[in-house]
Design a protein around this ligand. Sequence first.
Ligand code: NDP
Length: 452
Amino acid sequence: MLEFDYDLFVIGAGSGGVRAARLAAQMGKKVAIAEESKPGGTCVVRGCVPKKYLVYGAEYGSSIAASEKYGWSYENLDFNWEKLRDSIQKEVDRLSGIYSNILNKNGAVVYNERAEFIDKNTVILTSSKKKISAENILIAVGGRPWSPDINGVEHSIISDDAFLLEKLPSSILIIGGGYIASEFAGIFSGLGVKTIQAYRGEHLLKGFDKDIRLRVGTHQKINGIDVRYNISPLEISINGETYNTHFDDDSIINSDLVFMATGRRPYTSSLGLDRVGVKTDALGSIIVDGLSKTNIQNIYAVGDVTNRLNLTPVAIREAKAFIETLYGSEQVEYDHSNIASAVFTRPPIGVVGLNEAQARELYGDDIVVYETSFRPMKNILSGKEEKCFMKLITEGMNEKIVGIHIIGDDSPEIIQILGICVKAGLTKADFDNTCAVHPTLAEEIVTLNARA
Ligand code: NDP
């Protein structure tokens, strides 16, 4: 029997890595984990958590404006970016500390430095040069923002930087039409920054239901965001304190700041994967099977580094399934179907299951689409133009629900519960049999009519 320093070594203390390390340690395994940055990973340190706080910050601004008809008036209204930024960072540090404590309390050894592979059972910690061996190694290093290689790209910021800005710009150009671009456009506009979002496609949020895509663009405009479609950036130059971004339609957009939100890539470069022969795809994503195993027998990967479904709760579930398989009595394959998710635009989006185009491709004319669009009660009094839209798609004689799409306040909260219904295979009749909770926005989901 070969002797190793640890049963399991985890590279990356983000959501997936920490969950795997903690569960293995709780099962009595000898575990170590390496993290080059703060424990907590993208979600806690430079993603979901600080982003959601920024969204809350932006919403306060629009709520104040909308509260006038509710009788409120304010004098000397002021917004202090530094205060919001610093309170968020304090909370990030607190949460990161909790992650470290969880690991320590459960007996996992934490190395606060970068680890790279030497061979299939050995990593080297790059600062201390310490070599550590382990029977099994889990790669959970996540992804990193990616920017196109255009002239002057070094003048732009990425999402990591957006949380730490020294001061708020008076204008910002956000390039991209995906999650991060659309969410941050809502944040900056809500904080009073003149915001331009430039996207190379026809409608924002590729991959989402067409009706959601159309409406998110409308809402961005209602929020004062200047959305420009069908343009791609070619070059960024500086003119004094202003950045000039040149696009392929010969237009130039001037702004105080340029934010590249053009996607993320798995963080696999210089991990030493070539030394051990772990296979990756063209984007650098680690290729794994349903049990999160790579082509190397004792090396596994979970989370964004595998580029399956890049969501925090998915990484956590993959990690749990991996540990149950490795150290439990049966093989547990995590089922990636019908995972509900949200986009924190203003208003936000909640989605589960198939969009209409996907449902039609799969089931042809056997689908029924139910939908409604209405002005939420809160907005009627305040005079806010924003409408809520809901779409529910069923399939077959029994009208099994295969997709739900909502854009409107609280849709992330609503979709979490609807996710249970879709995962459980409920039908339209089950929804019809459920009495409404009045007056709410969510009640519309149990009173939907088929599209005319
Ligand atoms: P996305 O893939 O969502 O968006 C990237 C955007 O950049 C797309 O609009 C894409 O255009 C555009 N783009 C790509 N390359 C270029 C280029 N060369 N020039 C111009 N535009 C370009 O990535 P994000 O970084 O926004 O998010 C990454 C992932 O992180 C998401 O897919 C999601 O899984 C996760 N995430 C989840 C969140 C949530 O759950 N709320 C929040 C934030 C991130 P096109 O559409 O044409 O490809």
